[in-house]
Design a protein around this ligand. Structure first.
Ligand code: SF4
Ligand code: SF4
Length: 369
């Protein structure tokens, strides 16, 4: 026999800030929402598993009876661009600062499982943190961890929305908590703040337009969305930074989220793994982050960015060359024209050529050559 209070106390001691319990029935409330988002094309395509995988706990642990939902609080970084001297900085989302939270929460949940195992014979469990199929936010909501804000984040009393989520499916019976409750009222700050219009309505996110997704997707970022990304290198906190529920609970003082764009663009894989290998931002690989750094340099619109962009315009990756052509054009000026003409003199890739041609046309139309 083990009580909820014993589990909660141990989880808190292990370093999990929030703990809630829910039954193992289907997450039926969101079946229709997922169907609707699929129909409208609002899912990012990075969601793990089928729709049933995402809502049926029983598919992931035989005899599952309860789910222990947990939350780990994190701080938001300061908003806006960073620039120190001639060294332009990119911005990392708060959840990407420090060690990969997937590993941190997983390891703490494993410690919790060991404790429960020592008390309950035949205890079985399965752990999920973000990359598991179940919809973490819905599990957290149903387990009373928090409630949905209009920005689609889970807002937790005393912690705001700066919470990373995970869960443990178990074969033991635990009394469920009541679902989270709270409301945004007339506030629409997150929707008004979102640069890309990804929050198309309260509680509805078009993930394909969300900067957090754009910084993690592979390949070419839609040209019209690049200016909206500002200097984001990984993730986006804007709709959470704007939220009044985060004002009193989140420190904006931490500045470890600034990343040197030139240093990132000059890194090789070995240096990258040494510096960032244990962080969540490493999962998509170096070239995706370099692409984001190229976009950030374009959005800085400073001529000092042209040196490194000229060198990226000869990079073996067509993806990086294509974004470099855009960034050079966005900075503009006579040197930008020369770099773009040089690219067109030797570029063979059709997509890169069309990016460079369009950029050259745009620079000339701005009549700043
Ligand atoms: S994370 Fe950024 S882009 Fe995504 S909805 Fe929030 S403000 Fe918009
Ligand atoms: S910014 Fe306002 S509307 Fe958006 S989640 Fe926060 S309280 Fe709700």
């Amino acid at each position: 026999m083990i009580t909820r209070e014993e589990i909660r106390k141990t989880a808190n001691e292990i370093g999990l800030d929030l703990v809630g319990f829910t039954h193992a029935g289907e997450l039926e409330r969101i079946r229709e929402i997922l169907e609707e988002r699929e129909r409208c094309g609002y899912l990012s395509g990075m969601e793990p598993g089928s729709r049933d995988d995402r809502i049926c706990p029983g598919l992931h642990l035989e005899d599952v009876k309860s789910i222990i939902a947990v939350g780990l609080s994190y701080k938001f970084p300061p908003g806006g661009c960073e620039k120190q001297g001639d060294c332009p900085k990119g911005v990392l989302s708060g959840f990407a600062v420090g060690e990969d939270y997937h590993r941190v929460i997983e390891s703490r949940l494993e410690q919790l499982a060991l404790y429960i195992k020592s008390r309950i014979k035949g205890f079985r469990y399965s752990i999920m943190v973000d990359t598991g199929p179940l919809v973490d936010r819905e599990v957290a909501y149903r387990a009373g961890i928090g409630w949905y804000g209009k920005n689609c984040s889970i807002i937790c009393p005393g912690f705001g929305s700066g919470i990373l989520l995970g869960e443990m499916l178990t074969n033991i019976e635990l009394e469920p908590d009541t679902p989270g409750s709270g409301e945004c009222g007339a506030c629409t700050l997150c929707i008004d703040t979102c640069p890309t219009g990804a929050l198309i309505a309260p509680y509805t996110l078009n993930a394909k337009k969300c900067i957090s997704y754009l910084t993690q997707m592979r390949g070419i970022v839609p040209r019209e969305l690049r200016p909206k990304m500002g200097t984001s290198i990984y993730g986006c906190d804007r709709c959470q930074q704007a939220c009044p529920h985060n004002r009193d609970t989140i420190s904006f003082k931490d500045r470890d989220n600034a990343i040197d764009l030139i240093e990132l663009l000059q890194m090789d894989k070995r240096e990258f793994n040494k510096k960032f290998g244990t962080r969540s931002l490493a999962w998509r690989g170096l070239n995706v982050l370099k692409r984001n750094a190229v976009i950030a340099l374009g959005n800085f619109k400073k001529e000092e960015g042209l040196d490194i962009l000229a060198s990226i315009s000869k990079h073996p990756s067509p993806m990086l060359r294509a974004h470099a052509a855009w960034a050079v054009g966005r900075i503009g000026g006579s040197r930008a024209v020369r770099i773009l003409q040089n690219m067109l003199d030797c570029e063979k890739d059709a997509d890169v050529r069309s990016e460079a041609e369009l950029s050259l046309k745009e620079v000339r139309e701005r009549r700043i050559t």
